[in-house]
Design a protein. Sequence first.
Length: 160
Amino acid sequence: MINPSNILTLPNFEATKSLGQQLGQNLPEGSVLLLKGDLGAGKTTLVQGIGEGLGVTDPIVSPTFTLINEYHEGRLPLYHLDLYRLEPEAVTGLYLEQYWEEGETLPGITAIEWAEKLPYLPLNYLEIQLSYSEGAGRQAILQPVGDFPINLRQIVQPFL
């Protein structure tokens, strides 16, 4: 069941980026974010905010054709994956579990766009479902799964 306080209204681009900044400033090492939503829902904007919150200075763009972009200059590394152009069987061959399996986890934060294409999921992650409605802006639903390592209260408070 989704906690109603984890359903956020993001009226504009800046609010979406601000949520990402809050996440980047507060998420601990090893956090995995599964980002879901239609084209234009704000997934890349959110990741840009996460990068800013981490202190990443390189421009963050969607890795649609490269699949994975890594940014190492912030508080923690940011691993930005985009599975839009892949089928689940192609994703299996990428061995993405190196980003989240215990004992193998790369230090940093992993943000995966089009996460619904993953054929397997981490045990612990934060699912962020983004949607956009003309005139109403964006909505973000944050759903921690498993033993996600942070209480979201301080992150979502500025948006309530």
